[in-house]
Design a protein. Structure first.
Lengths: 190, 190
């Protein structure tokens, strides 16, 4: 019988990121993460395939969510890059709240320190760009415009996210995304 | 005594890419590459650390070259993204000539088929973006504008290069870079 553990996933994630920050990612074991979270290893493996997965598991469904948001904003009359930026800002509003800032900062530091995790992050972003470009093509945006809009959207998010993580805890990621989108417009335009 | 082999590096590169395309990257040995090029393994290792290196070794000095080109174009009065696009087009003019199209196509197919090579390519691009952003900051471009212009420049190159590799042999990469830059402007614009 599976015992119900309230918010087990969130507790495991928090415990893992704390331990990765304290002891390093390599030195932390799944047993330690489970113990810190007050849960069993078995519960850990019901939520995550391994300790790497804790860093990337929170983004399941991310592509679908952003594709749907982009299509909706596009149907509302926004241009391709604006539509992606609007979808990203809405996503950030719900997911990267101020309460998540500290966890996001820990996560970013761990990824930056591990080339293989950094590569996985880059692959994730490249896959997201492909999905967004595909969505724009389905709305009749041609090429290379669709591919460029998708890459530009990822660039906007990446730069905004890095600023958010490096900045003070009170900053708003959706606001930084809007600033990034405006900055991109000003550096490309005449 | 080191024997002089005319264009040994180019011959090794050509032989390697042919063999990777014929037999697959994993099944090809350094001995086979050297034999196909009519050279010794020893000569191979004077030019490349391993068989992966053949795919990435041609871009040594790439960052320096593009940073210098960007700074020059920037001093000539171009905006940040235009300056990077101009540097990329000039680089492409010299390096990715029509004669190199077939080799570039082989290389791209091998990289696409190997996740670890794809990751290495992404890391290379991310490192180039950092170098370009740093150069723009030294010319007084603020943040997030500098970071966004650099990411936008990489996006322009990436999309143009993918089109060049997928397209007919006669296409001009500098021309595709200019088209990409114009497309980016139109998708970000009002």
């Amino acid at each position: 019988m599976v015992r119900w553990e309230p918010n087990a996933r969130g507790r495991l994630e928090k415990a893992a990121l704390e331990l990765y920050a304290e002891r390093g990612f390599d030195a932390t074991t799944v047993a330690e993460i489970a113990a810190r979270a007050g849960l069993t290893e078995r519960t850990f493996f019901r939520h995550f395939a391994d300790k790497r997965e804790v860093l990337f598991g929170g983004t399941e469904g991310l592509e679908d969510l952003l594709v749907r948001g982009t299509l909706k904003a596009s149907d509302d009359g926004l241009g391709p890059v604006e539509a992606i930026a609007a979808a990203l800002a809405e996503f950030a509003e719900n997911v990267f709240t101020k309460q998540r800032h500290e966890l996001a900062r820990h996560r970013q530091a761990i990824i930056a320190a591990h080339p293989d995790l950094r590569e996985r992050e880059l692959i994730k972003m490249a896959s997201l760009a492909s999905a967004l470009a595909g969505a724009l093509r389905r709305r009749g945006v041609g090429d290379p415009a669709a591919a460029l809009a998708a890459e530009a959207g990822i660039a906007i998010f990446k730069v905004a996210f890095e600023r958010w993580v490096a900045g003070p805890a009170g900053a708003s990621l959706p606001q930084l995304i809007r600033e990034s989108a405006a900055a991109l417009k000003s550096v490309t335009g005449p």
